[in-house]
Each structure stands twice: as structure tokens, then as C-alpha cells.
Design a protein around this ligand. Structure first.
Ligand code: BJW
Length: 254
């Protein structure tokens, strides 16, 4: 269990903040039982990213890539949001402006009740036609056929996620940088801060004067830029911060 961290200075910043942004990575879903990518038990320790998460891998072996995504869809389907996701869903209604940006493709923020977010790397529950580019939602596990084919044109469907070497949606990325440069506070939660361009968002927030709050059991390349560093699990730290924030907002009201 994480020792209760000192939150006083952060709460003072949060009660004055007009725009709070949050950028999440795989770590926020770790306590829900979804494997991260680069930790001791991370996916990229067991599987080679270049064989499974690149456009070349998909062209060379769509069956193998789809088996990997089918396996992950099966795991994710059974998982539920943890207290960290739930606090972020609640925060949509707490701050004057609240932005949620995630690198995660698991859909757990939505399951927790978040209604508005930018998904930088796509969503595992969406499939995209490799010919027509049409995107459809599909929650079936297992899929009827692997690899799945487009019902309209018969071409291969692929997971609607962003692989290494692929560009992120320019619209989503532009909006993410805009929100980062406009916020007063940016939380960076559960990301190794190694993958670009997502890792640059907090840096652009810091450059524009935002306070950076990192929540992660381990230090990352972002840690030197953080104004507040909480070394612990998101599912424990976020509820502690939320509790103190509620108390402060109550005492201001009353
Ligand atoms: C907890 C916790 C708890 C644990 N509570 N915390 C050389 C230099 C610089 C850049 C490049 C380069 N060569 C190539 C690039 C570009 C490349 C890149 O950044 N590579 C780096 C790895 C070097 N980026 C790209 O290719 C991107 N596209 C792009 O840049 O386009 C332009 C371009 C095109 C062509 C060439 C060059 C540029 C696309 C990146 C797409 C990433 N895709 C993936 C897979 C998505 C689909 C899928 O899931 O299958 O996205 S990879 C994977 O990494 C996934 C994640 O979103 C992403 C980030 O991972 P994340 O979330 O940070 O997870 P972890 O596991 O790394 O960290 C978890 C953290 O949680 C840890 O810190 C733990 O401590 C912590 N934690 N428990 C809180 N309970």
C-alpha cells in the first residue's frame, strides 16, 4: 500500500486551476490486470514489437498479428476500470475545463464513465478496412474469422490502432498539443514517456507554463520536468488526491 503522500501544495494548485489535462498510459490500466508494454512483465519483454505492432508485420503475417490482438481483446474484455480510471471520470465534472488524453487502446476510460477523450493510439474495439479506410466498432471475442474481412469489399480488416512507424491522426494530435499548451496543470499517469509524439505533450505543456504532476511507481525521462512526483500506483494515488481535493472544495463552499 502506498504511504499517504503530501498533497497540500498540489491541492492548492488544483483549486485555482481553470484547465486540468491528464495524459495516461498503460500503467493506469495495470491495476485492472492489463499488461503494460515495457515493465518486467511487459508485452514487449515477451513479444517483439516489430513482429506484431508495425505495418510491415501486418503485411507479412496478418494472421499472427491478428492472433496477438485477439488474445489481447480476450484479456481486456474481462477487465473493469480501477479506482484511478473512476477518479478521472469524476474529474470531468470537477474542473472548469478538463481534458483527457490517452495512449491506451483498451477503452477502460469509457467503461469508467469518461465521455470525452482523445485516443492517441486508437482503440482495440475498432476495426479498419485496409482498402476503404472505413472504421467500425466490434466487441466480439473471439472474432468470427481471423483475420477478419471487410463485409463491404472483402479486403482485410486491421485493428484501428497506431503501430510503430505510423502517423497518429493529425486532427487528434493537433488537438492534443493544443490542449497541452492551454492547460494550467497536466497529470502524466502510468506512461514510460518513451514513445513519441505522446511523450512530447507534457513537455509542451511545461513550456507553456503548466504545472506537471507525474504519477508512476518508477521515474521516467519526464521526471526532471515534473513539479510534483508521486511514486506509487495510480489506483491508489489518484483516490488520495481526489479525497483531499473534495475536502478542500467542500471547506471553500461551506
Ligand atoms: C504504473 C502502474 C500503476 C505501472 N500506476 N503507473 C527514434 C527516436 C525517437 C522516436 C522514434 C525513433 N524511432 C522511431 C521513433 C518513433 C516511434 C517511437 O517513439 N519510438 C520509440 C520507442 C523510440 N513512434 C512512432 O512510430 C509513432 N509514430 C510516429 O512517430 O509517426 C511519425 C514517424 C513515422 C515514421 C518514422 C518516425 C516517425 C507511433 C507510436 C505508436 C505506438 N504504438 C503502441 C502500440 C499501440 C497498439 C497496441 O497496443 O497494440 O502504443 S506501442 C505501445 O507504447 C502502445 C502504448 O500506447 C505506447 C506507450 O506505452 P506506455 O503507455 O508508456 O506503456 P509502458 O509499458 O511503456 O509504460 C507503463 C508505465 O506505467 C511504466 O512507466 C510503469 O512504471 C508505469 N506503471 N504500473 C501508475 N499501477
Amino acid at each position: 500500500m502506498t504511504e499517504k503522500p503530501e498533497t497540500g501544495a498540489l491541492i492548492a494548485v488544483l483549486t485555482r486551476a481553470k484547465h486540468v489535462a491528464v495524459s495516461t498510459g498503460a500503467g493506469i490500466s495495470a491495476e485492472s490486470g492489463i499488461p503494460t508494454f515495457r515493465g518486467k512483465e511487459g508485452l514487449w519483454k515477451k513479444y517483439r514489437a516489430e513482429e506484431l505492432a508495425t505495418p510491415t508485420a501486418f503485411t507479412q503475417n496478418p494472421e499472427l498479428v491478428w492472433e496477438f490482438y485477439e488474445w489481447r481483446r480476450g484479456i481486456i474484455a474481462e477487465k473493469v476500470p480501477n479506482p484511478g480510471h473512476k477518479v478521472l471520470a469524476r474529474w470531468e465534472n470537477v474542473f472548469p475545463v478538463f481534458s483527457l488524453i490517452t495512449q491506451n487502446i483498451d477503452g477502460l476510460h469509457q467503461k469508467a464513465g469518461s465521455t470525452d477523450m482523445l485516443e492517441l493510439h486508437g482503440n482495440i474495439w475498432k476495426l479498419r478496412c485496409t482498402e476503404e479506410g472505413t472504421v467500425s466498432e466490434n466487441h466480439q471475442t473471439p472474432l468470427e474469422e481471423v483475420p477478419p474481412l471487410c463485409p463491404d469489399c472483402g479486403a482485410l480488416l486491421r485493428p484501428h490502432v497506431v503501430w510503430f512507424g505510423e502517423s497518429l491522426s493529425p486532427t487528434v494530435l493537433h488537438k492534443a498539443f493544443q490542449l497541452s499548451s492551454e492547460c494550467d496543470v497536466m497529470f502524466v499517469i502510468g506512461t514510460s514517456a518513451l514513445v513519441q509524439p505522446a511523450a512530447s505533450l507534457p513537455l509542451s505543456a511545461a513550456e507553456a507554463g503548466a504545472k506537471i504532476v507525474e504519477i508512476n511507481p518508477d521515474p521516467t525521462p519526464l521526471t526532471p520536468y515534473a513539479d510534483f512526483s508521486f511514486r506509487g500506483k495510480a489506483g491508489e494515488i489518484l483516490p488520495l488526491i481526489d479525497e483531499e481535493l473534495k475536502k478542500e472544495l467542500q471547506s471553500k463552499k461551506g
